[in-house]
Ligand binder design. Structure first.
Ligand code: PXG
Length: 441
């Protein structure tokens, strides 16, 4: 067999995730360092991070406290078995996360990503009903345009066609609520749109079709971010809570993005004043510094499992790296930084300024909608006829050339900077974006 020698900087072997591989490898964009609000590229340019990495580096990059915590933990203990053994930081972190989560969301199951946190939540929901003698509750309800990661569970309840269409029939017994965005009713809304709370009532239609006794859980993102920042209509999430409670259906908030300050609160549940039964989170939990996911369950859910003989494992689920020491150390440090630097309240203070800056783009070429909440924004562009997603991708490339990192999905530009951003950097982001949009006229 011929062995092809590979040079160390050959770009071919790395099959990149959610990336146009051939286009990227023809014109790579490589980052080599990060500090605070900025990346450095391999060719020595500085790039302002308008996306907190991928919505995750909430404390900014390379925060000295988080770096030191990871370094110390790596030297002290690299790994401890996650099954039938423990280590103190995992317990400490679970307590801290439970304290941050509202109400009696008191029990925390660790994983390594948002996708795993979601699959864990879906499995807990099914097992919970079974433990209570309602084993017939197996249906899972997601939402169109939802994103819950790429595991088979999260993909099945997710609602983005490109993420689903190539992977076969997925989980059975899944249904979807309608998505909540209608530009004709909501365009240029500031914060939560007035129109659309009634779309939660579609759950009643789904319940009438399948019968409540077959439905385990409804999962939604409080703000649907990956599909293009779809802000929930005023009152929508409360209505979803009322209907799920009425029918004994668990409500799961997927807070992989909305958790840890993105909206100016610990969780979206607190921001919207709606108590879900389960929360999934990841990303900002460690400020993106070490992979980690978590699923937070209300007391009655955990309690439902704690019966039977004490030596028997209550939930046959978990990961080798559940509660990994490095991730726990990073998360504990990140939570300290969020608290010590008052980052969640800083987001609340900055949000109106951010909203003004977002909506000042109105009237620029191709802008068909602007959306904002907390430190999240979307700029929706008119697609080029016959070439969907091209206009926003062009904007992404132009912004990158000007030293600004943004995200795009379809023809939507999404922004989610580190929570440590200042007014001056908000101005810089939107100044650069305005230039890009004018150039693309
Ligand atoms: N749920 C939600 C709500 C997410 O946003 C996941 C689950 C999956 O997390 P992992 O850690 O398995 O990737 C996510 C991830 C983007 C973008 O630019 C969004 C995510 C990931 C990467 C890019 O919209 N969200």
């Amino acid at each position: 067999m011929a062995v092809t020698a590979r040079v160390p900087n050959d770009l071919e072997p790395y099959w990149m995730p959610f990336t146009a591989n051939r286009q990227f490898k023809a014109r790579p964009r490589l980052l080599s360092a990060a500090k605070g609000l900025h990346y450095t590229t391999t060719d020595g340019r500085t790039v302002l991070d308008g996306t907190a990495g991928l919505w995750c580096c909430n404390a900014g990059h390379g925060h000295p406290k988080i770096v030191a915590a990871i370094q110390a933990q790596a030297a002290e203990m690299d790994y401890a078995p996650a099954f039938q053994m423990g280590h103190p930081k995992a317990f400490e972190l679970a307590s801290r996360v439970a304290a941050l989560a509202p109400g009696d969301l008191d029990h925390v199951f660790f994983s390594n990503s948002g996708s795993e946190a979601v699959d864990t939540a879906l499995k807990i929901a099914l097992a919970y009903h079974r433990a209570r003698g309602e084993a017939g509750r197996t249906r899972l309800i997601g939402r169109e345009r939802g994103y819950h990661g790429v595991g088979f569970g999260g993909m099945s309840v997710g609602g983005m066609a490109n993420n689903r269409k190539t992977f076969g029939p997925m989980l059975g017994g899944v249904d979807h609520l309608p998505q909540t965005y209608d530009r004709s009713k909501q365009a240029f809304s500031r914060g939560e749109p007035e129109w659309g709370a009634h779309l939660a009532d579609e759950l009643e239609r789904i319940v009438a079709l399948h019968d409540a006794s077959t439905i385990a859980a409804v999962i939604v993102e409080p703000v649907a971010c990956s599909a293009g920042v779809l802000i929930p209509p005023k009152g929508y999430l409360k209505r979803l809570r009322e209907i799920t409670s009425k029918h004994g259906i668990l409500l799961i908030f997927d807070e992989v993005i909305t958790g840890f300050g993105r909206l100016g609160a610990g969780f979206g549940a607190e921001y919207f004043d709606v108590q879900p039964d389960l929360i999934t989170c990841a990303k900002g939990l460690t400020s993106g510094a070490v992979p980690m996911g978590a699923t937070i369950a209300r007391k009655h859910i955990y309690d439902a499992f704690m019966s039977g003989p004490e030596h028997v494992i209550e939930l046959f689920h978990g990961y080798t790296y559940s509660g990994h020491p490095l991730a726990c150390a990073a998360a504990l440090a990140a939570l300290d930084v969020y608290a010590e630097e008052g980052l969640f309240s800083k987001v609340r203070e900055l949000a109106p300024y951010w909203a003004e800056a977002v909506h000042a783009l109105k009237g620029l070429p191709h802008v068909v909608d602007l959306r904002n909440l907390g430190l999240i924004a979307a700029i929706e562009l008119d697609p080029i006829a016959g070439q969907p997603a091209k206009r926003a991708f062009d904007a992404f490339l132009r912004a990158y050339d000007k030293g600004l990192l943004v995200r795009t999905t379809g023809d939507i530009i999404a922004l989610s900077p580190p929570l440590t951003i200042t007014r001056a950097t908000v101005d810089e982001i939107f100044g650069k974006l305005a230039e890009v949009l004018r150039e693309m006229a």
